[in-house]
Design a protein around this ligand. Sequence first.
Ligand code: ZN
Ligand code: ZN
Length: 176
Amino acid sequence: MDYDTYGSTAVELAIELANTDRGDPGWAHEFLSSHDDWFTPGTPLELSPGETHKAGATADLVRAVALAQTQDDVLTRLNELLALARPRPYATDHDGELHLHYARPDAPVLEQLTTTVAMGLSQVVVQHGWQRLGVCSAESCDDVYVDTSRNASRRYCSNTCASRSTVAAYRARQKA
Ligand SMILES: [Zn+2]
Ligand SMILES: [Zn+2]
């Protein structure tokens, strides 16, 4: 999916955090390791149990923003998330492209994560509208997504869920 038109690719990190399975106690370290290109190279990726809990609370807030049904609710939950952020932006070209990072480069990984997620998500909401965030309508899926379609008409997290639901609806019609 192309998030570039959204002025912020950081929303991708927010969505993936919200959709991460937290069943395993080591989930946060696993998530950070598989997304380590978002953090300053050399940042330790170990989290204490308390920090892991905070990362989970951030994930819950991202989901809460996506679930909210009114602009007022979105703003309340978004501001709760933003209150956890410690933005201190800086410009970088570490990957060859000039862009902004939202957290100071020497911040602990939890601060980098929370700040990047909160800023990325709020950029999308204030620039493109709160309706751009949603939760998948497929029966056995509750992944959150950001809708980058031109007319904001998406209902599923992925093409897989969309086609699975189309097939299920077809079968249901056949039975009826
Ligand atoms: Zn970067
Ligand atoms: Zn889905």
